[in-house]
Design a binder for this molecule. Structure first.
Ligand code: ADP
Ligand code: ASP
Ligand code: MG
Length: 403
């Protein structure tokens, strides 16, 4: 007998018919003699709808109340799916994160799981019940509800798989696996049989929403056997694992991110410690900075440009302006119409030609690059948001279609 964790995303539980389809997959796994822990996301666009409802009421609601609101969607899904299983005569129980004991830190809307209590779930599994857990949510030390960041149900699933040493963690979604890029942008993207944790982590961190990046981090850390597959078609998906065969293309995939904003601090003094002051300040306010570029301006001043998440732009500008006297800059320029495109691959480490090939594709497509950033297994470029899809197609074609 194996223990299998199965996670179904929002589109997989969109309506009654889909929920019945999901229940059939769960039933098959359970009746095959396995213990099953199911993790569900909110139905369809529920989380976006809840965000819109909040906006109608308050422009700046507290993050605590937002978590109280946003976590509601997942509770609906697990209850409905449990009802579908009940109607099939299968023993099951749906649980919230509070009932399970999924403990997180108190960073509302971006909480990280610290540990998971085993008693309740273990007890239910011992009674041969299918356990359905509301994804995306946790509780902090005070007992307040937290959420794990958009797309966070993947992380709930992998964390449960790690905590219960599951034999397999299956992430069921609306595509039949992980592709070389988003198949909705590039229809001839190739499906990968397998991908390494490192490559998937980099792709997820660079915007490939098919897996929440923290879920891949946890899968790597706890060696969770992870698979991404379709909830609509029964066929093999993509395995995420430690080592994979490197294909001759050297790169695993292309990712895009259109959630960024660029901030430039213009006319900073060219003294030691200036960059430290700026980023220390932002760090203390929980604002994550991605690409940073410093350039020398005129008359012994310098400019520092960096990217942040778009949702943090207003707060970032406010904080920097509040400290204008101490930071001594001339003015701030911002741009929330930017996007980032990245190529990722472990084979990239020993291949300096990859960056050149990427830039050639952009040149041929007539696209201007604003900033460049690299890691051992990634090259990223910052572009105008309106060029992003064209850039993904051009770069993907250069690496995967040309021989
Ligand atoms: P779920 O609701 O099941 O969590 P998501 O919408 O979060 O599903 O993630 C699945 C989507 O991720 C796909 O519909 C696809 O458009 C997108 N995606 C982005 N990059 C990739 C990729 N490299 N491979 C597969 N899907 C990708
Ligand atoms: N429902 C949440 C979201 O839309 C979590 C998830 O889908 O994983 O972000
Ligand atoms: Mg998702």
């Amino acid at each position: 007998m194996s223990l299998i964790v199965q996670k179904f995303g929002g589109s997989s539980v969109r309506d009654a018919q889909r929920i019945k389809g999901v229940a059939a997959i769960i039933a098959e796994t359970y009746l095959g003699g396995n213990d099953v822990i199911v993790v569900l996301s909110a139905q369809g666009d529920t989380t976006d709808d809840l965000l819109a409802k909040a906006e109608e009421i308050n422009d700046h609601p507290s993050k605590r109340e937002m978590d109280m609101l946003l976590s509601a969607g997942e509770q609906v899904s697990v209850a409905l799916c449990a009802m579908a299983l009940e109607s099939m005569g299968l023993p099951c129980v749906s649980l919230t994160a509070w009932q399970v004991g999924i403990h997180t830190n108190s960073v509302h809307r971006e909480a990280r799981i610290k540990n998971i209590d085993s008693e309740r779930i273990r007890m239910e599994l011992d009674q041969h019940r299918i356990v359905l857990v509301a994804g995306f949510q946790g509780i902090d030390r005070k007992g307040d509800i937290t959420t794990l960041g958009r797309g966070g149900s993947d992380t709930s699933a992998v964390a449960l798989a790690a905590a219960f040493r599951a034999d397999l963690c299956q992430i069921y979604t609306d595509v039949d696996g992980i592709y070389t890029t988003d198949p909705r942008i590039v229809p001839n993207a190739r499906k990968l049989k397998e991908i390494s944790y490192d490559e998937m982590l980099e792709l997820a961190s660079q915007g490939a929403q098919v897996l929440h990046n923290r879920s891949v981090e946890l899968a790597k850390k706890f060696r969770v056997d992870l698979e991404v597959l379709s909830s609509l078609e029964r066929k093999p998906g993509t395995k995420v694992k430690e080592v994979t065969k490197v294909e001759k293309t050297n790169i695993a995939g292309v990712a895009k991110d259109v959630t960024l904003a660029r901030v430039a601090l213009v006319g900073l003094q060219h003294n030691p410690g200036v960059a430290f002051q700026v980023f220390d300040l932002l760090g203390k306010h929980g604002i994550n900075v991605d690409i940073i570029l410093q350039s020398i301006g005129r008359e012994d001043t310098k400019d520092i440009s960096f990217t942040i998440h778009r949702k943090d732009l207003e707060e970032c500008e406010h904080i920097l302006n509040e400290h204008k006297e101490t930071l001594k800059f001339d003015h701030i320029e911002t741009d929330s119409g930017i996007g980032k495109v990245s190529v990722v691959g472990v084979g990239l480490m020993n291949n300096c030609g990859v960056a050149a090939k990427m830039f050639e594709a952009l040149y041929e497509a007539g696209i201007n690059i604003q900033m460049i950033n690299t890691s051992e297994i990634r090259v990223s470029v910052l572009l105008d948001e309106e060029d992003v899809n064209l850039a993904v197609r051009a770069i993907h074609a250069k690496f995967f279609d040309e021989v």
